[in-house]
Structures are given as structure tokens and as C-alpha cells.
Design a binder for this molecule. Sequence first.
Ligand SMILES: [Zn+2]
Length: 483
Amino acid sequence: MKVYNTLTQNKDEFIPNDQEHVKMYVCGPTVYDFLHIGNFRGAIVFNLLRNWLEVKGKKVTYVYNYTDVDDKIIKRANKEGVDSSVISERFIEEFEKDFNRLGLTPHEHNPRVTEFMDEIITFVDDLVKNDKAYIVDGEIFYAIDKFSDYGKLSKKKLDDLEAGQRVEVDVRKKNPYDFVLWKPSKEGEPSWDSPWGKGRPGWHIECSAMIQGIFGKETIDIHGGGIDLIFPHHENEIAQGEGRTGCQYCNYWMHNNFINMSGEKMSKSLGNVMKARDFMDKYHGEILKYLFLSVHYRSMLSIDSDRIFQVISALDRIYSAVELANNVCESVEGDGTVDKNFQKTLSDLNMKIMNSLDDDLNSAEFISFIFEGVRAFNALGFKTKKWNANHKENSKVFKSWIHSKGAMAALFQEDPTEIKSRFDEILIIEKEINIQQVEELILKRKIARENKNWEESDKVRDELVNIGIELQDGIGKGWTIKK
Ligand SMILES: [Zn+2]
């Protein structure tokens, strides 16, 4: 498998330190509010990565942290007149609801900063003893000039940094880019006892402390996060980790790109910022996952209502095939044989899927191969409705194929009839379809057909087609919104 490594700026062959066991860490959320859909891109992408590594036979230990000590949490706590832990516990719980609703694989560890305070203090103390950090007025700064590799991840040069630096300089810092490891707590802020008095950690130290606290001081395999974290957060993590141990902190750095919500094209209710919770209520978690994985994780993803309609249409095609397979399995008795060509197509696709995911987790290509499988299945002559035991066998094989391939991405596990009807509900609202009118026409057509009045029934069908309804006699509720 190859992965694009921000550190080498190259697609590198992925070789874990321990061939059997991959150790990965992804920076998790600051828990002061519900999370925006963009916050879930990493969670969804790295979920596929961990599942793929497991399919490839590796044991994976995946650590995803919660930042529960932060200015934003303190601010909200003070506003609500509660302890910060009330805010962080509330939003960890809310995050976990969203996470579980998306059906992502649970992480092995979800450490909280508050649980790692001893590790953080020991870590900072080691850096002070190593002469990588200095103390001014009870505040501890990392001295980046003492770490010669500073800038190796973000490819920033210290000289450029100083020349280009515009921020107001803290005169206590030896270098403007020195960063806080520990600081005294202000009035009303949570604080912990330390050798430097009561205080709290800076942001960057938590990830390094959790990594070395959980995995030990050896190099981890994969560190992930959004590209906005490369500098300074991940650069500082390296400085801390390597400044403490003198050995490589992490071998492969993987970063997912942003999402872009194009305001003008967005439907009113979508807006420019959307919480994952609201997206799942308004649309469906499946749509969010498909949206993210249909684009390579290193590409910018633009979301607007047209794109969401395209995703619904694509998912509807896939789930229609699964629904058809279900119907065939339920209505045919006995066992048949699988079509040899179909079986060959699926095993070829399995190879192609493997190559795509091994190529820096190319999930967009992976999804295109799922479609090839759907097309091959649909071409097996189901139209006639005279289904036989061979049709049933092909349907069984197809269902289990799509189910197992989809599971890696947490996709295609829904009940097809239920999710298709959810898609209809979404489109009825988004495309402002008058559902009462539709139901009246459906009934009118039914009566006409019962009376064998074919002329009337055809006329009503045309009317339905004109308002965007597609009839599916004998499937599900018998009609769907054209997608
Ligand atoms: Zn982090």
C-alpha cells in the first residue's frame, strides 16, 4: 500500500514498524459545541483507512482524542455559569451520538486532556530538562531554535518564519514562533498542580503526551488530521515528541483537505456552516459519508445542493439494485447457480478495489468500481420478472459483495426500501413536490387500471412523469421521485 506522506511529500510505500500491528493517531475535536460537517471528513476518511488496514490483515490501534481543556470551552462554561467539564462532557456525548449514527468503527482509545495531565506535566518537565523549553514568569515555552528539524513537516524555514512574521511579538519569547507548553491559569479557569505552580497546558502538548502515554516513546506509524493542522500544530507535535526522545515521532503524516460550502448555490436551509447533526436530520448520514468518500481525501470538496442531489441519485441506483436483489431472493424458491461471467466481473472488481485503496486510499475510484458491480448485476436479465433460481443465486452473491465492500466505508448497510423512501422525502421537500397531488394521481391510476381503462391510466402516468414521478410497478411503494 502507498500513502501520500506530508513529511516526504511523496506517495510512500506503507511499511508499519510492526508488520502485524498499525499504530495510528488522529487529532480529534475540541468539545465545546456540536461539530460541523467538515469536522467529520477526517473521521470518515480515517475510518475507511483503519478498516482497510484490518481487511488487509493488520491489527490496528487507532487513537482519536477529545480536547476538553480549551479557551472556547472555558468561555462557554463561564457564559452558562457551569464547570468546564459540564460543557466538555455534554459535547463528547453529542459527538458520540453523531459518530455512532454514522456507523463508524469505534476507536481503541478516546483520551481526554484532563485524563492525561500527569503525562503532560512529566512530558513538559522532560523538555525543560532536555533544554528544549524555558520558563518565564511561570509560563513554559518550547524553544524552536533548539530543535534543528523544526519546519520539516510544513517545509517552513526558520529564517523565513522570522522574516515573514507579522504577529504581535511576545517579548518574553526567544523566537516569535516559540509556543506555550504550560501556563498559569487565570481566575475562573481550570487548573492543575505542577512543579511550576497551578496552571494548564498549551494546546499542542496534549497530542504528543497522549501518543507517548498510550503507545510509549517509539515511533508511531500514522498521524492524521486536517491540512489546517500541519502548521503549527503538527510541526509543534514533532518538535515536542522528537525533542523529548531524540527519535522519529511518526513515520507517515496524512492530511485530509477542507470542504467548501458554496453559499449562493446552497438551498436556504443548508447555509454555509452546517452541523453534522442537522445534516443527518435533514438528509441522511449515508449521504454525508458518500459525499466525502466520492472525492479523494486530499482534494478540496465543494458541497452544494446539486452535488447532494447527485449523491442521492447515485445512492438510489445502488440501493435499487440491492432492493431488487432482496425481492428476487424473497420471491424465488430453490437453489441455482451463479453466472460465471458475473462472478468473474466481481472478482476482477475486487482486485481493482484493492489497487485503488492501496493507492493512497483512492475512495473515489473504489466507489466507481462499486458502480461497475451494480451495472453488471442489473444486466443479468431481471427486467422480464420471470425470475428463476439462477437469478436468486446471482442476487445473493451481489448482496453479499456490496455489503462486505461497503462495510469498509460504513456505506451500503441500510435497508434499501427504507433509505429509498427517505430519499423521496428529501426530494419532495427540496424540489417542492406536491405530495397530495401525487398520491391522488397514484390512486386515480390504480382505479383506472382496475377498471382496465388503459387510456386513462396512461394519461395519469404521463401526468405523474411530468411532475417528476417515476412509476415502479411491483417494487416497494410502486413509485419514486425521479433522481
Ligand atoms: Zn493534535
